[in-house]
Write a protein that binds this ligand. Structure first.
Ligand code: GUN
Length: 295
C-alpha cells in the first residue's frame, strides 16, 4: 500500500471529543445545552438506523436529542406544523429531517419549512442556493460534503489551485461537495451519467470524489499517482465467504486504488463517520451562535 489512509473513524472520534468539550464549556459558562431534533417519517429501516445513530452520538456528546417519529401517512400540513413547533422551541438548536421522505410528501417544501438558523443538515433550498454563490455563506453546509473537506484539511491535503473531479452530481453529496471545493479554490470537473471518458477525466484529478453509487467502479487506472481519493459510496455486496453473507463496499476499488493514490478513504470508516461528526459540530455552532458567542 502506498496511499495514506484518510481515517474517517479516528478523525470523527477526535471531532466528537472536541464537540463534547465545547458542549461542556457552553453549559458551564452560559447554561446552554445544544439540542438536535431528528424528524423521521415512516418505517424505512435504513433511515431508522441512521437516525438512532445520530441520536446516540448526540447524547454521547452531552447534547439533547429530540426524536420525532411520525407516521408514514402524515399529511404535508401536519409535517410542516411539527417542523414549525421545533422552529419555535428554544431548546432545539438544530433540526434534521431524515431523507428520503415517503412519496406523497414534498421534500422541497419540507426542507424549506426548517428555520435557516436551525438548518444544521444544510439542505434548506436557500442554503443550497447560497452554497452556489460567490461571497455568500450558507448558515450551514451539508454534513457529508463538509466531512469530505474536513478530512482533506486534517490530513493537510491542499485544495487551492488543485484539480478536483466529482463523480456524480447528487443533491445530497456530489453537488455540494463540488461547491465547497470550488469555494476553496479548486478547479472543478463534475461528471454525470452522460460524461464521456470517465476514467480519463478522473485521472486528471488531484482530488477525486467518487459519489456514483456503483460498487468498486473507480479502478486503479482511473487515478493519478499521488491523488487524494474520497469515497462516499456505501453498499452491501453479496459475499458468501463473509460472516454476514455480505461485504460493505464503496465506489472505489480500494485494493487497486491504494497502490496508486497518495491518500484514500476506506469504506467503511471513511466519510460515513465524518458525516455525523459534522452534524454534531453544526449543532454546537448553532447553539454558540444563539448564545451570541460566534457569528
Ligand atoms: N439521507 C441520507 N443521507 C442523509 C443526510 O445526510 N441527511 C438527511 N437528513 N437525510 C439523509
Amino acid at each position: 500500500m502506498t496511499a495514506e489512509l484518510l481515517d474517517g473513524r479516528a478523525t470523527a472520534t477526535t471531532i466528537r471529543e472536541e464537540v463534547k468539550a465545547g458542549v461542556e464549556q457552553l453549559e458551564a459558562e452560559h447554561d446552554v445545552v445544544p439540542g438536535l431534533a431528528t424528524v423521521l417519517v415512516g418505517e424505512n429501516p435504513a433511515s431508522q438506523s441512521y437516525v438512532s445513530m445520530k441520536e446516540r452520538q448526540c447524547e454521547q456528546a452531552e447534547m439533547r436529542a429530540f426524536g420525532r417519529h411520525l407516521p408514514e401517512d402524515i399529511s404535508q400540513a401536519d409535517l410542516t406544523a411539527e417542523i414549525a413547533a421545533l422552529n419555535a422551541d428554544p431548546k432545539v438548536h438544530g433540526i434534521l429531517v431524515q431523507l428520503p421522505l415517503p412519496d406523497h410528501l414534498d421534500e422541497d417544501e419540507t426542507l424549506a419549512a426548517i428555520a435557516l438558523e436551525k438548518d444544521v443538515d444544510g439542505f434548506h433550498p436557500v442554503n443550497i442556493a447560497r452554497l452556489t454563490l460567490q461571497g455568500v455563506e450558507p448558515t450551514f453546509a451539508p454534513c457529508m460534503p463538509l466531512g469530505c473537506v474536513e478530512l482533506l484539511d486534517r490530513y493537510n491535503v491542499g485544495i487551492k489551485g488543485k484539480e478536483a473531479v466529482v463523480l456524480g452530481p447528487s443533491n445530497i453529496v456530489g453537488l455540494p461537495t463540488a461547491m465547497l471545493l470550488l469555494h476553496r479554490g479548486a478547479t472543478l470537473n463534475i461528471c454525470h451519467p452522460h460524461t464521456e471518458d470517465l476514467p480519463g477525466i478522473s485521472k486528471r484529478a488531484d482530488i477525486l470524489v467518487a459519489a456514483i453509487d456503483e460498487p468498486a467502479m473507480v479502478k486503479g487506472d482511473w487515478v493519478k499517482p499521488g491523488a487524494a481519493v474520497i469515497d462516499v459510496g456505501w453498499s452491501r455486496v453479496k459475499d458468501e465467504t463473509a460472516e454476514k453473507g455480505y461485504r460493505v463496499m464503496g465506489n472505489v476499488d480500494f485494493d487497486e486504488v491504494k497502490e496508486i493514490a497518495g491518500y484514500v478513504t476506506p469504506v467503511p470508516g471513511g466519510t460515513g463517520p465524518m458525516t455525523i461528526a459534522m452534524l454534531l459540530q453544526n449543532t454546537l455552532l448553532s447553539a454558540e451562535r444563539r448564545a451570541g458567542l460566534v457569528d
